[in-house]
Structure formats: C-alpha cells, structure tokens
Design a protein around this ligand. Structure first.
Ligand SMILES: CC(C)(COP(=O)(O)OP(=O)(O)OC[C@H]1O[C@@H](n2cnc3c(N)ncnc32)[C@H](O)[C@@H]1OP(=O)(O)O)[C@@H](O)C(=O)NCCC(=O)NCCS
Length: 202
C-alpha cells in the first residue's frame, strides 16, 4: 500500500539491543518530530518547522521508533511527477551512527520507487552520509527552481553552503526527461518568481 500508515520493518539493532520500527508518521509523532528538527535548527543545521507546517506535511514523514521513543524522522516531498526531495532528516543525538539515518533514507527511497519517481535529491551538509546511502553530488542547476522555494526564509540565503545530492532511481527515464523538464525554456511561470540562494564562496 502506498503511503499507508504501516510498520515497514522491525529489525534488531545491534547497537541498542532493542527493536527499531520504521513506519509512516502519524499525528501523535508531531511533538517529538518538532523537538528533534527544531533542536537541530537552533544549531543552524536544519530549517525550523512549525506545528502548522508539520500537520500539513505529516504524510511526507517516515519515523524510526524504539518502543514509544522517536529516534529519527525524514520526509519525502514531491516536486514533480518525476522528482522528490528527501528533507527534514534528523536522528536523535543519542541514536546517531547506529543505522537509523540509513533506515530512514532506505524507507523514503522505497516510497519514491513505489510512486515511480525517477530520482530523489537532498540539500545537505552531511555529504558523506548521503554518499554512503547511494547519493552523489550534483550541480545545483540540475534541480528544478521550485526546489529552492523554502530557501528564502533560510538565514544562510545570501551565503548558502548546502550541497545538492541526487540518487537516480530510474536511470533511463531520468536521463531522457531531464533536459526537457529542467531546460531554461521549459520553466513554469511560477519558476520565474523564485530566487535562488547565493552559494557561499569557499
Ligand atoms: C546525518 C544523520 C541523519 C545521519 O544519521 P545516522 O543515523 O547517524 O546515520 P547512520 O548511522 O545510518 O550512518 C550511515 C552511514 O553514514 C555514515 N555517517 C553518518 N553520519 C555521518 C557524518 N556526519 N559524516 C560522515 N559519515 C556519516 C555512518 O558512519 C555510516 O557509514 P557505514 O555504513 O560505512 O557504517 C544524523 O547525523 C543527523 O540527524 N544529523 C543532524 C541533522 C542533519 O544534518 N540532517 C541532514 C539534513 S539533510
């Protein structure tokens, strides 16, 4: 079932000795997801989210839990019939490096495949992590302008140091559709009003 509330996997976690559950988020997950994301946002590594935004987007979210404890979250946000962003990916400080992040990305990629998407991308500071889970670094120009719409409220808008990473899911389709969809002359009217963040000079 696509996007249903389900437990995708129950796995033994070698590092914690307890079962982890990977499932789609439900409404009672909103407070711990907000705590997790906004905790990282206060350190400048993620964009903050509000309860309103989370309620609107809760169907995008997958979570990893251990019993009643939420250890991590991540969201799959659609941009077009072929492309989605993996975002709001966060693992509790105490559960890092135990495979929670990998399980979240794997579940989100499976969901993207269920929806027949050609590729998934992310903007990130943790490039090595994304490379370990099958993504590669791409030029920003490879992504549609709509992907930058949230950036206007980012404090780093004038000096963006996030890296774009992409995982192609259907290579034949992606290569064939990319130039047509993202070529300059094919931008939608909405795209013309989107400002792109200024890359930081490294
Ligand atoms: C990035 C993050 C999601 C990774 O989650 P995690 O559960 O610690 O990652 P995993 O344990 O599943 O790691 C998977 C692999 O990536 C590696 N990895 C994890 N974090 C890494 C990092 N910061 N730098 C380099 N490699 C990293 C792990 O060593 C592991 O490698 P292995 O398969 O060779 O053992 C987590 O550190 C986090 O929440 N960071 C703060 C918020 C953030 O930056 N989110 C990303 C927004 S796009």
């Amino acid at each position: 079932m696509i996007s249903g509330v389900r437990a995708d996997a129950f796995v033994e976690s070698p590092g914690m000795g307890l079962k982890l559950s990977v499932r789609k988020a439900v409404m009672h997950d909103i407070p711990p997801i907000l705590d997790l994301i906004n905790g990282y946002a206060s350190k400048g590594v993620m964009l903050p989210r509000t309860e309103f935004e989370l309620s609107e987007a809760i169907r995008d979210f997958t979570v990893v839990t251990r019993g009643t404890e939420l250890l991590g979250c991540g969201a799959l946000h659609f941009y077009s019939p072929t492309l989605a962003e993996i975002r709001s990916l966060a693992v509790d400080e105490h559960a890092k490096t135990l495979g929670v992040g990998r399980r979240l990305v794997e579940a989100l990629v499976r969901e993207a495949q269920d929806y027949e998407l050609d590729a998934a991308f992310a903007f990130t500071y943790v490039v090595e992590f994304f490379q370990k889970v099958g993504f590669h670094v791409v030029e920003r120009g490879v992504l549609p302008l709509k992907a930058w719409k949230d950036c206007v409220r980012c404090p780093k808008f004038q000096a963006c140091d996030e890296i774009a990473v992409l995982r192609v899911l259907r290579p034949g389709n992606w290569t064939a559709s990319q130039p047509e969809i993202w070529g300059q002359s094919f931008g939608s009217p909405d795209d013309q009003f989107i400002q792109i963040p200024t890359p930081r000079n490294l």
